[in-house]
Design a protein around this ligand. Sequence first.
Ligand SMILES: Cc1cc2nc3c(=O)[nH]c(=O)nc-3n(C[C@H](O)[C@H](O)[C@H](O)COP(=O)(O)O)c2cc1C
Length: 195
Amino acid sequence: MAPSQAPALAADDGCGIDVADGRHLRDAFGRFATGIVIVTTQWGGERIGATVSSFNSVSLSPPLVSFCIARSAHAIDVWENTPSFGISVLARDQAELSTRFARSLSDKWAGVATRPAARVPAPLIDGALMWLECQAYARYDGGDHVILLGRVVAATVNNHVAQEPLLFYGAAYRHLAPKTPQEKIPDNAMWLHGW
Ligand SMILES: Cc1cc2nc3c(=O)[nH]c(=O)nc-3n(C[C@H](O)[C@H](O)[C@H](O)COP(=O)(O)O)c2cc1C
């Protein structure tokens, strides 16, 4: 539909926001629910990590994932140069770790249980739902962020924790609600399963 044909919003359909206002734009972006990962790497003998909700799967062949890191991040030089990194997908009981790795602390790692990665020199967070080991594949300009693409060289699913993710929505941590009968996928939506 051409922009001129788009139906006008009724006054009570919503509220336009000023996209130049970072606070309002952040609130709008926050209506998109995500999981949370901690991205990690090893740099100059130091362990580096940051909490990230901008993680996404990108490609199956080759296997690629992405995340965006702010140019204002303390460790931005590392993320712009590291040849590899790890991804730990947080489980529902790991909100405290998410908050810890979202702070520019001098030692985010004190008391954090890790497991070594098999294929890249990155510490992985114990108790996560799933771990990916990635080689840096590409970096792109993302405005006030840098977009990193990683080629997945190893993936491990943790069968020892309940298969429940930590979620982020509306600037708050959330958990999945239990499935209810009304949420059963209708037969005509079976094509979704291929995705
Ligand atoms: C739930 C959550 C999601 C976040 N997602 C991102 C993100 O996608 N990209 C980003 O650059 N920072 C994100 N942050 C903020 C970083 O975790 C934070 O700036 C961190 O301090 C960066 O590490 P550093 O400054 O020590 O390098 C997020 C924080 C939280 C709590």
